[in-house]
Design a protein around this ligand. Structure first.
Ligand code: NDP
Ligand code: 8X3
Length: 256
């Protein structure tokens, strides 16, 4: 399949981090962009930046709102309906504290966004991806937190484990359609992720990424571009990526 002007990528959470870097990465290759997120000013800024290069359609969207998701997809202009890649990227972690201290509302927000939101968008965009057929891709942004437990990971890690299993199960059903599905699982990457997780604590975010080299948003955008532009007969099921300076640790043991 050729990747020319008529290829469209639909990105959730395009206002920051991986989503914004992915918009820029695919703009470089001439793809048309559907950029969504809640912060409209940021969508407008990105459209301003990339609109001279490629066709850009922006839509304010909270992925938790299933009706709004359906409306945004139904209202896609003609030139933006041949979706070749859906990047389910919108997501967040909250409550970097032990489960017993976490607010139920924060757990619900993570489930509503990372699980229900991702499902909402997938369900709405799937018919267009199937229409595109061979070479189309769903790229879901999971996390190492969906593979490996860690203190304070509670519901966040569980939502990302859902993303992985949903990705694999989608593959089973989509095998005859040519639509590929990949779960990309990044480790530590410096975006606004930790600012959101700590509710705006810049010092905590800076400390987490200090004196090591975290992944960048551009590193992940590069991997998204890689999996979505492979020849149509190749499906990367799962791609787990860590900074060279991040690895696993020992099991915790609580002693008397
Ligand atoms: P950022 O906080 O920089 O970006 C998150 C994006 O998600 C923003 O564009 C935000 O847009 C969007 N978003 C959040 N909630 C909603 C919502 N309800 N509806 C629509 N959009 C929403 O973080 P990252 O770029 O790092 O995160 C992107 C994805 O990567 C997330 O799924 C995250 O879990 C995952 N991830 C991040 C890692 C990291 O270390 N950074 C590692 C592994 C996975 P807006 O607020 O404008 O709606
Ligand atoms: C977030 C990455 O390192 O906090 O998905 O688990 S990490």
């Amino acid at each position: 399949m050729s990747h020319n002007q008529s290829n469209v990528i639909f990105i959730t959470g395009a206002t920051s981090g991986f989503g914004r870097a992915t918009a820029r990465r695919f703009a470089r290759e001439g793809w048309s962009l559907v950029l969504t997120g809640r912060r409209v000013e940021r969508l407008q800024e990105l459209a301003q930046e990339l609109g001279a290069q490629v066709p850009v359609h922006i839509a304010a969207l909270d992925v938790r709102d299933a009706a709004a998701v359906k409306e945004v997809v139904a209202a896609l202009p003609e030139g933006f309906r041949r979706i070749v890649a859906l990047v389910n990227n919108a997501g967040l972690a909250l409550a970097p504290v032990p489960s017993q201290n976490a607010a139920l509302e924060d757990w619900h927000t993570m489930i509503d966004t990372n699980v229900t939101g991702l499902v909402n968008v997938t369900h709405a965009v799937l018919p267009l991806l199937i229409e595109t057929g061979a070479g189309a891709s769903i790229v879901n942004i999971g996390s190492v937190a969906g593979e490996w437990p860690y203190p304070g990971g509670h519901v966040y890690g569980a939502t990302k484990a859902f993303v992985k299993q949903f990705s694999f199960n989608l593959r089973c059903d989509l095998i005859s359609t040519g639509v590929r599905v990949t779960d990309i699982e990044p480790g530590m990457a410096e975006t606004e992720f930790t600012l959101v997780r700590t509710r705006g604590n810049q010092a905590a975010s800076d400390a987490l990424y200090a004196n090591m080299t975290p992944l960048s948003a551009e590193d992940i955008a590069e991997q998204i571009h890689y999996v979505a532009t492979l020849p149509a007969h190749i499906n990367i099921n799962r791609l787990e990526i860590m900074p060279a300076r991040q690895a696993w640790s020992a099991f915790a043991v609580h002693r008397d």
